[in-house]
Design a protein around this ligand. Structure first.
Ligand code: AMP
Ligand code: MG
Length: 408
């Protein structure tokens, strides 16, 4: 089989083609705070105003501004949060009110405790109060009937809090994608064994499972397929009841690479075959009996980078997310870097923030089998073919994880 540059697709084309096949999953009901990190399929409409009534923003004294002709007011009672004042407040009178308590009828202004002089049942204002000061108006946050959270919104803690304020105890969210993971290769042993000559541990299943979890999906490990067409086909068939299937290894052009043939023999049409990128050129995507199948390269870095670029956005789209790509930032290069090759090189980099700018250094040997290059890094630097940068130049970096929290 020829692997010419002419039938390669770009990263963006591959992403576009793949995402065009991904449809949202069904929804499920979860208790409110387990909706965190999930996406709502429906609009949420406020059943009532928030706040439900004009109320005090301070511990202070409530009165009617227009009727307070003198700086001295007579205090006729005490109103804590959670209670309601039912009797009239006459001109020249005030009610001692705590934060959050609804303003008594007729009152429109609150003066904070710190700004009065209290003397028995009387207070004296230190300075004239401004009308409607220190009052939170009914509905100033939310009005009944407003769409507070619209369909397609990612639920963060603040959305959870708002939903609870609207009386929600459980809600529908897009369900987690079940993503089956299959490793292929006669050289692979599962963790727990000690490698014998010629063998290595299957690490891809676990890095990919962790990537699935991190994306909010639910990984299903299918184990290892031996390098035969039959074994590969049977394992792939076993993964088709998941929402997606990720296969790693065996997708290249070697004598023992059976993944593409296995997918085709099960009736799948492989949508493309080579993506113009390094690491991770061999990559196949197929819809197989309705299930998206991703065949990623076997090299540990190539597998993870390919997952980042193609599988993660697919999982997010299936789970209802509108924003499915990692953020790209411009960062100042710590040392010179060049791409002498003909494919865009996604160089693993360590991004930091200093003097208000992102800075990035490369993580040494960039062999696509060298997982350490990802362990030392947190981003992918995009180096176009034939590009050359000096230390201090700006490059584009895809941020792979947060990692920007500050220490104590
Ligand atoms: P392949 O694409 O099957 O030719 O594999 C490319 C390289 O990745 C080989 O060195 C494999 O041993 C290695 N490899 C393939 N699958 C895995 C895996 N699941 N875990 C770790 N390394 C792997
Ligand atoms: Mg292999």
């Amino acid at each position: 089989m020829l692997v010419g540059r002419e039938n390669m697709v770009s990263i963006e084309e591959a992403q576009h083609t793949i995402l065009g096949h991904i449809v949202p999953l069904e929804t499920e009901k979860v208790s409110l705070f387990h909706g965190l990190g999930r996406v709502t399929p429906e609009d949420h409409v406020a059943p009532w105003d928030i706040p439900p009534a004009d109320n005090s923003a301070m511990d202070g004294y409530a009165f009617a501004h227009a009727a307070a002709h003198a700086p001295r007011l007579r205090v006729t009672g005490f109103l804590p949060a959670g209670e309601e004042w039912r009797s009239p407040v006459s001109p020249g009178e005030a009610v001692k009110i705590m934060t959050g308590a609804p303003l008594p009828q007729g009152c429109d202004t609150v003066v904070p405790i710190e700004e009065v002089e209290a003397d028995g049942d009387w207070i004296t204002l230190a300075s004239p109060a401004r009308e409607v000061d220190h009052v939170r108006r009914r509905g100033e946050d939310i009005r009944r009937g407003d769409v507070i959270i619209s369909a397609g919104t990612l639920l963060r803690p603040q959305e959870i809090g708002m939903l609870s304020a609207m009386g929600t105890t459980s809600l529908a969210v897009f369900r987690r994608a079940r993503v089956a993971i299959l490793s292929t290769g006669d050289e692979l042993l599962e963790p727990g064994s000690t490698p014998t000559p010629g063998k290595i541990i299957n690490s891809n299943s676990y890095s990919l499972a962790a990537q699935v979890l991190e994306a909010g999906g639910d990984p299903v490990l299918l184990g290892i397929a031996a390098d035969t067409l039959d074994a590969t086909r049977e394992k792939i068939r076993g993964g088709l009841n998941a929402d997606m299937l990720v296969v790693t290894g065996g997708v290249s052009v070697g004598d023992r690479d059976f993944v593409k043939a296995a997918i085709e023999s099960l009736g799948g049409e492989v949508t493309f075959w080579k993506v113009n990128m390094k690491p991770g050129k061999p990559l196949a995507f197929a819809m197989l009996r309705g299930t998206p199948v991703f065949a990623l390269p076997g090299n540990p870095v190539a597998a993870m980078v390919s997952f980042e670029l193609f599988v993660r956005p697919s999982i997010l789209k299936a789970m209802g997310h509108r924003r499915v790509f990692r953020p790209k930032v411009r960062a100042v290069l710590h040392e010179a870097a060049a791409n002498k090759g003909q494919r865009p090189h996604l160089v693993r980099g360590l991004v930091t923030m200093a003097q208000d700018r992102y800075r990035v250094s490369t993580t040494g040997n960039q062999s696509s089998g060298r997982l350490s290059s990802l362990i030392q890094g947190n981003g992918l630097i995009y180096l176009a073919p034939g590009s050359r940068y000096a230390a201090g130049d700006e490059v584009e970096v895809l941020l792979l994880d947060r990692g920007f929290e500050m220490g104590e």
